[in-house]
Design a binder for this molecule. Structure first.
Ligand code: G
Ligand code: G
Ligand code: MN
Ligand code: NA
Length: 252
């Protein structure tokens, strides 16, 4: 179909770019990392959101070359910033397909080698669509962990098998899904869920990050309950590398 053909062209013609969303330490307010988020600048359609094409990319396996491009572009950007004296980590979203239909460990090793980025500056984010019972996925994650790449579970709490991830996968961080953060101030169930995820994380010696923080009230709640880090429009929208450097990195 049409979008598939356009996606193939997009890869060849280099129509993708990355935005970066800051992640802050909730005790110090410091920038601790950025999440890389893909954008597509289509010559006629304009900027296309990943929500409109990641699913198709996954179904057609185009996520494999696209995902490689994302890893390479993100690591290269972080290394470029390092060369200018700005040190921050980067998180990259991975799809299950990248584990099953490609050698993700080899890809990441090659990207780190080519860009010269040290592995501990890279974190991979896995969503609930990743099936933790897959022997191959577990072994790939273990190999990434051995390389010192960090592993985080994205959208935590929304996948039906979330708790089994904690048992099976060698993870470092839980990201509390935005849907629980959004209603924090007026839904006691969400308050309970967020508090519970924070304590699960800390009891397992994992870091916990809140996503989708948009208000001061949400921030205060998360700080009071000792959530480690946060991301969201309250701090910053995802932005271009140039905007990020101008706004945040220069002032450090
Ligand atoms: O960027 P936005 O903030 O609109 O992202 C929408 C969705 O697309 C999110 O679920 C996000 O995880 C996903 N996404 C963004 N960039 C990538 C990427 O590089 N790879 C994959 N697999 N998903 C991505
Ligand atoms: O699934 P994942 O967590 O990777 O998705 C990140 C998505 O969330 C991106 O589309 C990003 O633009 C969006 N996002 C980031 N911060 C906020 C926020 O504070 N509010 C809302 N509504 N979306 C956000
Ligand atoms: Mn994410
Ligand atoms: Na998420």
């Amino acid at each position: 179909i049409k979008i598939e053909i356009e996606l193939r062209k997009a890869i060849e013609q280099n129509q993708f770019f990355l935005h970066y969303q800051p992640k802050l330490d909730l005790r110090t307010g410091e920038l601790v990392g950025v999440e890389a988020l893909i954008r597509w600048n289509h010559p006629r359609w304009g900027i296309v959101s990943p929500e409109c094409f990641i699913g198709i990319a996954e179904d057609t396996d185009l996520i494999i070359p696209i995902g490689e491009w994302v890893l390479y572009a993100a690591c290269q950007q972080i290394k470029t910033w390092q060369n200018h004296g700005f040190y921050t980590a980067v998180s990259v979203n991975l799809s299950q397909k990248q584990f099953i239909n490609s050698n993700i460990v080899q890809t990441i090793e090659e990207v780190l080698e080519k860009t010269g980025l040290e592995p501990h500056y890279l974190e991979v984010e896995l969503t609930e669509s990743i099936k933790p019972d897959l022997e191959h996925t577990i072994s790939s994650l273990q190999q990434l962990k051995n390389l010192r790449v960090s592993i985080s579970i994205d959208d935590f709490g929304t996948g039906y098998s979330s708790l089994s991830y904690l048992k099976e996968l060698p993870i470092d961080t839980l990201k509390i899904d935005q849907s629980f953060v959004r209603e924090l101030h007026n839904n006691p169930n969400d308050e309970a869920i967020v508090k519970t995820i924070i304590s699960i994380a800390h009891n397992l010696n994992l870091k916990v990050v809140a996503e989708g923080v948009e208000t001061k009230e949400q921030l205060i709640f998360l700080q009071q309950h000792l959530c480690d880090q946060a991301q969201g429009y309250f701090f910053s929208k995802p932005m271009s590398a140039k905007e990020l450097k101008d706004n945040l990195l220069e002032v450090q």
